[in-house]
Design a protein around this ligand. Structure first.
Ligand code: FES
Length: 357
């Protein structure tokens, strides 16, 4: 046992702390709009102008929404800017800004500038207090000038009402409803087709079957993706991205309908998770399982990409492949089922062959 032999200095005597003096209420300075009648009228006109400008900007946003093609874009550094999105967002933002600036201007220059001292009171308000609040509210409304200057209230109401329209217009983006004919041309169609070469991601080099390493994932794209640009390129890439994996042919269970879909154990699957569309890329060599990093859906690549764990509703779509006379990998066809999240084609569960579910 050890003894604490350290000497402690005695606590100092408590000091008397002088209370901070009450600084009182700052001197009230009149605003320029209170002393100069012309300045007051000018501020009033500015507020009305801002409220008047807001609906014009909101209407311009609606016009842009319908008139500017969504495919129009320009490059800014490494970014592709879509003119439609940028203009629409800018105009709606400015319309809201006009209302905000107008309201602050109104409060700072036109509303009454009297200072009120309010004593602290009990938290619960008495009925008399509530009556007083109601009276003060009525007085505030009067002081805001909205009673006398009706145009202020009307222009603000008009601006608020019109600014609410652009978000409603955007609901049009939720269509068209994916009926069978729309699906055939959109979500059920990718760039893959018979004879399209598989190329490496980014460098677009054709891939020989002999180069694909055992138990490694290779990211790949269709060769014809290079012909596209801008938004079209991004959309096509999002749907057509695949992973290539070579597994020991003895470890793969191949359903009858997919006998000729792989090349000596090399298989291709969509890279887009069938849950909500994250890119899947975590491969477990020992088991042949592919894991989605978003919500841990796990697909068995040794068994047609079926889901063995997680929230994904259906297996990973497989791309049928073969080789050309020089040994390069080419697609046999497009995917036979839609790629991407399963909610797109819930009503087509009868379309699948064995191993696709
Ligand atoms: S997106 Fe893959 S599991 Fe959710």
């Amino acid at each position: 046992m050890s003894l604490d032999t350290t000497r402690h200095a005695p606590d100092p005597a408590p000091r008397e702390v002088a209370p901070i003096p009450d600084p009182g209420v700052e001197e009230h300075l009149p605003r320029y709009t209170d002393t100069d009648e012309r300045a007051g009228r000018r501020a009033y006109r500015q507020i009305v102008a801002l409220y008047g400008l807001s609906p014009l900007l909101a209407i311009a946003a609606i016009v842009v929404y319908f008139a500017v093609p969504t495919t129009l874009s320009f490059e800014l550094g490494s970014e592709t800017i879509r003119v439609h999105h940028a203009l629409f967002g800018l105009l709606v933002g400015l319309a809201i800004l006009c209302i905000g600036v107008g309201s602050v201007h109104w409060a700072k220059t036109v509303m009454a500038d009297t200072e009120v001292v309010e004593e602290r009171h009990e938290l619960a308000s008495s009925p008399q207090d509530r009556e007083i609040v109601a009276e003060q509210f009525a007085a505030g409304t009067e002081e805001s000038g909205i009673g006398r200057r009706k145009l202020l209230g009307v222009s603000l109401a008009g601006a608020l009402g019109t600014v609410a329209l652009p978000p409603l217009v955007m609901l049009a983006d939720m269509g068209p409803w994916p009926i069978a004919s729309t699906r055939k041309e959109t979500i059920e169609k990718t760039l893959w087709a018979e004879g399209v070469y598989l190329v490496t991601d980014v460098t677009y080099r054709r891939i020989r079957a002999s180069e694909v390493p055992l138990n490694e994932l290779v990211n790949a794209q269709p060769e014809n993706l290079q012909d596209l640009h801008g938004a079209e390129f991004q959309q096509a890439k999002a749907k057509a991205s695949i992973i290539i994996v070579r597994m020991d042919p003895n470890r793969i269970q191949v359903p009858e309908s997919r006998r000729d879909w792989n090349v000596g154990g090399i298989q291709c699957y969509s890279k887009i998770c069938t849950h909500v569309g994250c890119p899947v890329n975590l491969f477990e060599r020992q088991t042949g399982h592919l894991l989605c990093p978003c919500h841990q859906s796990t697909f068995d690549l040794g068994n047609s990409g079926v889901v063995i764990f997680g929230p994904a509703g259906r297996s990973l779509p497989q791309l049928p492949i073969t080789t050309d006379q020089d040994g390069y990998l080419v697609a046999r066809s497009d995917f036979t089922v839609p790629v991407g999240p399963s909610y797109f084609e819930r009503d087509s569960t009868g379309d699948y062959e064995e191993g696709d579910r």
